[in-house]
Design a protein around this ligand. Structure first.
Ligand SMILES: Nc1ncnc2[nH]cnc12
Ligand SMILES: [Zn+2]
Length: 317
């Protein structure tokens, strides 16, 4: 089944480039940039990847991103991810990057963007993988900070298809970013937002009604609100679900409790994604395979999930 799932053509719609930083590359970049690390080796770092919640993961994710300093570093990060896409027949990807994670450390916005964009262009030309980049605001920071990031992005507007919202969800509802999302939409960007990963269904309502999103990232807590479920089904609002992430971050205690196939069978446009594969133990195929192993996902269900990912692209082929 693994090989069959791997060969299925699919799109990835929820992937943080910073979360695809494998420990081996993290160590190589630390050496290249002469940065001392608090871990002795790759194994010691990997063994730190045990999380009780989103925040514990984010603390390590931001620490790991500190090795990314130069345009070449961002190129290498993105290229390594695109090679994984090629190996798993991901024919299209719409990755996130978090500019504030880097600009707050003094890395110029253009350094980050140039490295990523050059790799995405090579991915199209050399690997045949199409893409659309999503600029994600960090929700634990202020809306003013997000406005400044949007200002920095406007001269490069052709490099992005959408803005998104990620980082610590609880206490940072979508409504906090309504004005900057209004502005982004008026500048021609599409919008997506993480909502209902750890946060309540109310945050999903706000993402739909206030941020006017095209897709919900995660959204698994929608199942707690029947009226919300009907809305998502009626309007076919896609959810970019990340099964391995949800179990690693204890959103579900075990994969056998995940609700993605229940949602699929109820007519929700759910898709399968890897979120932060270097930290959660697998890329897209591993996520599909876990659904087969623990939930008995059939080939027909896998085909529908893969088709949903192609249908839910923001960049139409
Ligand atoms: N799963 C996730 N949720 C929120 N912010 C993130 N940043 C990277 N991964 C994330
Ligand atoms: Zn995410």
């Amino acid at each position: 089944m693994y090989d069959w799932l791997n060969a299925l053509p699919k799109a990835e719609l929820h992937l943080h480039l910073e979360g695809s930083l494998e420990p081996e590359l993290l160590f190589a970049l630390a050496e290249r940039n002469k940065i001392a690390l608090p871990w002795n080796d790759v194994e010691a770092l990997r063994s730190a990847y045990a999380f009780n919640n989103l925040q514990e993961f984010l603390d390590l994710y931001y620490q790991g991103a500190d090795v990314l300093r130069t345009e070449q570093d961002f190129y290498d990060l993105t290229w390594a991810y695109l090679l994984r896409c090629k190996a798993q027949n991901v024919i299209h990807t719409e990755p996130f990057f978090d500019p504030q994670t880097h600009t707050d450390r003094g890395i110029p916005f253009e350094v980050v963007l140039n490295g990523i964009s050059a790799a995405l262009k090579d991915g199209q030309q050399q690997l045949g993988i199409s893409s659309g980049l999503i600029l994600s605001f960090l929700r634990h920071l202020s809306e003013d900070e997000a406005h400044k990031t949007l200002d920095q992005a406007l001269p490069f507007r052709d490099a992005f298809i959408a803005v998104g919202l990620d980082s610590s969800e609880m206490g940072h509802p979508p409504s906090k970013f309504q004005r900057v999302f209004d502005r982004a939409r008026s500048e021609g960007f599409l919008t997506v937002a993480h909502a209902g990963e750890e946060g309540p269904p109310e945050y999903i309502w706000e993402a739909i009604d206030l941020l006017k999103i095209q897709r919900i990232d995660h959204g698994v807590r929608a199942i707690e609100d029947e009226r919300l479920m009907q809305r998502i089904i009626d309007e076919q609002i896609p959810l970019t679900v990340c099964p391995l992430s949800n179990t690693k971050l204890c959103v579900f205690d075990h994969m056998s409790q995940h609700n993605i196939l229940d949602m699929l069978e109820r007519g929700v446009k759910v898709t399968v994604n890897s979120d932060d594969p270097a930290y959660f133990g697998g890329y897209v195929t591993e996520n599909f395979h876990a659904l087969h192993t623990h939930l008995g996902m059939t080939q027909d269900q896998a085909r529908r999930l893969a088709q949903n990912s192609l249908d839910a692209r923001l960049v139409k082929p």
